[in-house]
Design a binder for this molecule. Sequence first.
Ligand code: PLP
Length: 352
Amino acid sequence: MLSYRNELDKMPSYDGVEKNYRIKVNANESTMNLPPLVEERVLNRLAMLAFNRYPNEEYHSLVEQIAKNFSVDASQILLGGGSSEIIEKVFHAFGGAGKRVVFPQPSFSMYKIYAKAAESEGIAFNLDAKFDLDVEKFIAAVHDTNANLAVVCNPNNPTGNALTLEQVEKIAASIDCAFLLDEAYVEFYGRSAVNLVAKYPNLLVARTFSKAYGLAGARVGYMIAQAEVTRMVNKTFMPYHMNKLSLATADIVYQMRDEFVPRLQMIIAERQRIIERLQKISGVEVFPSNTNFVLIRLSRAEELKNYLESLDIGIRYFSPSAFGLKNCLRISIGTRAENDAVFDAINSLLTN
Ligand SMILES: *Cc1c(COP(=O)(O)O)cnc(C)c1O
């Protein structure tokens, strides 16, 4: 008899089997691969790697670059295999039996799972009907539950809305425990809280190369916090947990990040254009977005999802039991042509 760890059988499995849709706007990835100039530099760099050596040099090179960009010390940066690894390790570092972690819902569905994996108690704080976070009540909930960790995704996935930096600072200043801010989509919002780290020893900011920088396949993310915090969180990682192919790739991408600015601008403009078009379809509620996706609600959500799938278009559908997300669909912003194709398909089903 195989005897697994307690509770492992009750852990949900991440449904990672993904179809390769003709138009894939279900996972908030970049629908464009690297800009050609960046790709060329990446391939040249990969050709020069010392595969026989552990990735110290590549790790520190990327850390130095990020530290320089944010004017922080290199000791304040940790890299991870996507921000997923960062988030999981932060839950681990501030978790354990008898520890509590508070996060809003609906938000990133993995928080609940990381809490469980760390053997902490996950406590969901409900967003209001417009998916806004009542900051005062959230702070009170963190106090009242005697939480060890509070997690906020800003801008929020899957709702698309965002807290102002004043609201983020209010939370950081008002709670004593660790405060993890997940900024996976912040490039599409433009208001990062990284500069607040110097002032708040409890603030940890997680960022990723997966969304704005189109590197979901390379699995690179990072975290910025005060040096004492990174020193502790770093103990939860394996040695050499980052591979040098991904590190070298992210290093070039970060050096060349100006090449991505036109894409970010395009996505932000497309987001506005698609929101305005969707708003004209009666029966469709469109939520405001500060991200690279748009959340909509309509009574025919499941039918629409199935119809789009039949056209080989993949969008994100939420189970009716997901808190607050009944009849909601999330659509990632793609190229103009992809967005038009998705819109035309939606429009043709709903206006017939
Ligand atoms: C996509 C996403 C992440 C992390 O993705 P990685 O690919 O692991 O960096 C983290 N948080 C949220 C809310 C996301 O949507």
